[in-house]
Unconditional design. Structure first.
Length: 570
């Protein structure tokens, strides 16, 4: 525990949903849910407007639809979230060389290591400036907690939500923690909380009063002693700049159980390729290949095979995964498949002849590689076999929320699809709510598009907006109504932003989930100071793009600020 509140915890507010609202003007102030949109989909993030209806992260999308049928249900766009995360982590890296990313939208920062004066006034000023810089660079808001330990800094940021700053003065920790639920303590999950509840322990103060010996008796030596230390406010965990992942894995949940053995094998090969791409992106290799199979009855099997040495060869991982699948009965149906690699290393150790043969085979049968994150959303199996495709296949369905471009109307996003039609709203992050048009799903003028920056780049002198869409001009010099139907075509659906959504295909997994923000009431007591509201008068800079924001940070951000590789099980 430090004598000054020099540990900062940043948590972006409803990150995925806020990014979608920033990108889509028509959704601002409305309930937005990001996640799997199919029958087995799971909510990744809900906007604060959606949380009013009781929607939370990790909730089944079907349940969320029952709670708020008129919300916009959107497919995640992970490349966009990663791009914004890079900007935010760059801002944190400018504060200190010790930045510990926890996810795309959350990190600890050691301000003392960055030379910040160890006083409450100085660290508060740094926190407020960080909030303003994040808004200016991304258009999004984040909540900041400042305290003398990691646990308290995280609790402070939770109390600051949304768009606020809370500083916990040293010496007030026990008074602050006392009335909180024991679930507020890191490492206390549902099982531990239930064990403590049966013993009559529900709050942090009751946990501290129980004593270390009683907690050790209930939970074991390591867990009991650690919990007692945290409950009494003692947390000496340092901010660790580099957090090495123990494994890299991917998995898909299918909307309908897969019973065809060939299909299962193709999906497993596709997952193996995705896993290796992530492995290579992290600059690592792995020695043990693991597969995960969840069957129709929710029973889950894992199988693993340890290789002779670390590898990042997709052929080697595919073959090992296929061998492991040979011993698993899938005839009754597969609900989920996963492939992972553990035993990570920074080098490879392969038989050179086998590796050369594998690379030659890959060159002969080059497989199309969709953008990272896209395959997790679309769920389309990548064909495995000989012969390169003549051209990338058009998506078999248009998923709500994804970016598109029309040859005449420019950039937009999918509002809904079904019955052979797709509805597109043409708008940009810096525009007014845009017009809606409906097209045939196979309209050759409509193509998948690239995401636009959330902060407006410099407007074109020619009068065209950066999205490539022609500005609407009304007759007789009157301003055009962005909501008016175009060319007599009526929009599909009603006011529901995704009311035109049709049946979703056979896959729709969501790999990355954002933790739900709790709804705890604010903590009262001395030493807890809260600042909430707009992050400053500066606001988003109208002429800065995300790329420009990164450049404005100066040199390449330090390695300590790199986003960590999530290492969840396969």
């Amino acid at each position: 525990m430090r004598a000054a509140p020099t540990i900062l915890h940043l948590d972006m507010d409803a990150f995925y949903a806020s990014a979608e609202q920033a990108a889509k003007p028509s959704l601002r102030g409305k309930p937005v849910v990001v996640g799997g949109i199919g029958p087995r989909g799971v909510v990744a993030t809900a906007s604060y407007e959606a949380r009013v209806f009781g929607i939370r992260s990790a909730m089944a999308t079907a349940q969320a639809r029952r709670l708020c049928p008129n919300a916009a249900y959107l497919t995640p766009r992970f490349p966009v979230y990663r791009q914004v995360s890079e900007v935010v982590m760059g801002l944190l890296g400018a504060l200190s060389p010790l930045v510990e990313p926890l996810s795309l939208d959350e990190a600890f920062v050691d301000l003392e290591a960055g030379g910040v004066e160890p006083s409450s006034a100085a660290v508060r000023a740094v926190g407020e400036r960080l909030r303003r810089d994040i808004v200016a660079a991304t258009g999004l808001t984040g909540s900041v907690g400042l305290a003398g330990s990691k646990m308290l800094a995280k609790i402070a940021s939770e109390q600051a939500k949304p768009d606020g700053l809370v500083l916990i003065e040293p010496g007030t920790e026990r008074e602050l923690l006392g009335p909180m639920s024991v679930r507020a303590v890191p490492g206390v999950g549902p099982a531990t909380a239930e064990t403590l509840r049966r013993a009559g322990i529900t709050t942090v103060s009751e946990t501290a009063e129980a004593g270390e010996a009683e907690l050790v008796r209930l939970l074991g030596k390591a867990h009991g002693s650690g919990l007692y230390a945290l409950a009494t406010g003692h947390d000496d965990r340092p901010v660790v700049a580099e957090r090495d992942a123990k494994s890299v894995s991917v998995e898909d949940t299918f909307e309908e159980d897969v019973t065809d053995r060939t299909r299962v094998q193709l999906e497993l090969a596709r997952l193996a390729d995705r896993c290796v791409r992530r492995l290579r992106d992290a600059g690592r290799s792995g020695r043990t290949v693991v597969i995960k199979v969840r069957r129709y009855d929710f029973s889950t099997l894992t199988r693993s095979e340890t290789l002779r040495g670390p590898t990042d060869d997709p052929g080697v991982v595919r073959e090992a995964a296929a061998r492991l699948l040979d011993g698993v009965d899938t005839t009754a149906g597969v609900r989920l498949l996963g492939v992972g690699v553990t035993g990570l290393a920074d080098y490879t150790q392969e038989d050179l002849f086998a590796q050369a043969a594998s690379e030659a085979a890959a060159a002969e049968a080059e497989l199309p590689v969709p953008p990272e994150g896209a395959e997790a959303v679309a769920g389309e199996p990548t064909p495995v076999g000989e012969g390169a495709p003549e051209a990338p296949e058009r998506p078999r369905r248009w998923l709500p929320g994804l970016d598109v471009r029309h040859s005449e109307y420019g950039a937009g996003w999918i509002q809904g699809s079904g019955v052979g039609r797709v509805t597109v709203r043409f708008e940009q992050p810096w525009s007014e709510p845009g017009r809606v048009r409906t097209f045939a799903v196979d309209d050759p003028a409509l193509e998948p598009g690239e995401p636009l920056p959330l902060i407006s780049p410099r407007a074109s002198v020619s009068g065209e907006d950066p999205g490539g869409a022609r500005k609407p001009v009304a007759a007789e010099g009157h301003p055009a109504d962005p909501e008016a139907p175009v060319s007599g075509e009526a929009p599909v659906g009603t006011q529901d932003p995704v009311s035109a959504e049709g049946p979703v295909g056979a896959q729709g997994p969501v790999e990355v989930r954002e933790a739900a923000v709790g709804a705890e009431s604010p903590v009262s007591g001395e030493g807890l100071a809260r600042t909430q509201g707009p992050a400053g008068a500066e606001g988003p800079a109208a002429a800065r793009s995300l790329v420009g924001a990164r450049r404005s940070l100066g040199a390449e951000r330090p390695a300590s600020a790199r986003t960590s590789v999530r290492a969840e099980g396969p």
